[in-house]
Design a protein around this ligand. Structure first.
Ligand code: BGC
Length: 379
């Protein structure tokens, strides 16, 4: 780009910037004069910290291998994302890494990609209803749900950290409420199923009671994982079912830190600022720094850490394989049926984070600094 700009000045030609574009049919030249390949990376939103971290980590990893990266965020807006992907294809980008907003909305984009021989890697969220998803990198999403339910049970004193029933467990019954993620995100169903399968024996035994009676996915799902949507649902539940907060509520299963923050905001006026003050146990996911601060401060009970650095690494490794004409290595070839085919996948492991795990898992690994956790923001 710089070289191009200088030559424009030198020649005094009124070249359009487009002629020097980073992303056209003729990708910019590297210093060696070889073609530089551009990879399109489509992320859903910048309102959640995790996707910013994912986007940056994928970009850095690909750039370190010498690829050029077109990283786009879509403000959780489906038309914006489809348009971004259309443009990546038109611009001749050689491979796409996509974390979809609505996993069912990209069929025609993926068909155009396939027609041009562009490989598509689904990033963390499965793209559904298309034969043209080549590979999927994600975490073990069912296990995320199991871990969230276990964190709720542990927080209530019913199990140990490994999920084994405690001999001196309180009899309960404990009132709980259930939240799930966005109905258009395939992961939300995996999280919900893992959690509900784990809670079922306790619900069947009457140790746990969902006082609102709302236990179907459709009743508890929060569109677009919205923090405001979760706060509103929790406020409505308090008025409809808990006498505005006068009745006991022991815990809330939350699938995502943003949803957890909405739930906590709704609960605090009625139950207290921290768990020590009487705030119910609230779970989470993603180890977002603002929620890690809440865990450190005794407000949120736990989160699930999905190391975005490792996921980005897997996406980069898969991209590198495809661009070298090889197949990436899958470690799962039977779980993720997208409605048309089972997509070969690479699943990563997750960790549950309670207050005492913040240092070993998040600070010592360099994910956050101690100061960032204390401030609740990344620097
Ligand atoms: C991801 C979760 C995330 C959620 C909301 C899901 O697809 O797997 O890690 O919490 O989206 O962004």
């Amino acid at each position: 780009m710089k070289k191009c700009f200088i030559s424009m000045l030198a020649l005094g030609l009124a070249l359009s910037l487009g002629a020097c574009s980073d992303d056209g049919e003729n990708p910019g030249s590297g210093t060696s004069g070889e073609e530089t390949i551009t990879i399109g990376v489509a992320m859903p939103t910048q309102t959640s910290e995790r996707w910013i971290a994912d986007g940056n980590a994928v970009k850095e990893g690909l750039e370190a291998l010498g690829y050029r990266v077109d990283l786009q965020f879509a403000n959780d807006d489906i038309p914006t994302q489809t348009q971004q992907i259309d443009q990546m294809i038109t611009q001749g980008e050689k491979l796409l890494i996509i974390a979809s907003i609505d996993g069912t909305a990209l069929t025609s984009q993926l068909q155009s990609a396939a027609d041009k021989g562009i490989k598509v890697i689904a990033y963390d969220r499965l793209i559904r209803n298309s034969a043209n998803v080549d590979f999927y990198v994600t975490f073990d999403n069912y296990k995320v749900g199991v871990a969230q339910a276990n964190a709720l049970l542990y927080g209530l004193g019913l199990t140990d950290k490994a999920g084994a029933k405690k001999a001196d467990a309180p009899a309960g019954p404990f009132n709980i409420e259930i939240f799930a993620g966005s109905p258009d995100d395939n992961n939300a169903v995996f999280f919900f199923d893992g959690a509900m399968d784990t809670l079922k024996p306790y619900l069947d035994a009457g140790t746990l009671v969902v006082k609102s009676g709302q236990t179907d996915f459709e009743q508890v799902a929060i569109m677009r994982w919205s923090q405001e949507g979760a706060q509103k649902r929790m406020e409505d539940l308090l008025s409809s079912t808990y006498s505005g907060g006068k009745d006991a509520l022991a815990g809330v299963l939350s699938p995502f830190d943003g949803i957890s923050r909405g739930i906590i905001t709704a609960l605090q006026p009625a139950y207290g600022t921290t768990m020590a003050d009487g705030l119910p146990i609230v779970t989470g996911q993603d180890a977002e720094v603002s929620s890690v601060k809440l865990i450190n401060d005794g407000v949120q009970s736990s989160t699930i850490f999905k190391d975005t650095r490792k996921l980005a690494d897997q996406a980069v490794t898969a991209a590198k394989a495809y661009l070298a004409g090889a197949e990436p290595t899958a470690n799962n070839t039977d779980t993720y049926d997208n409605g048309v085919k089972v997509v070969p996948s690479y699943l990563l492991e997750i960790d549950t984070v309670y207050k005492e795990d913040i240092k070993p898992l998040l600070i010592d690994s360099g994910y956050f600094t101690e100061a960032e956790v204390e401030a609740g923001v990344t620097s």
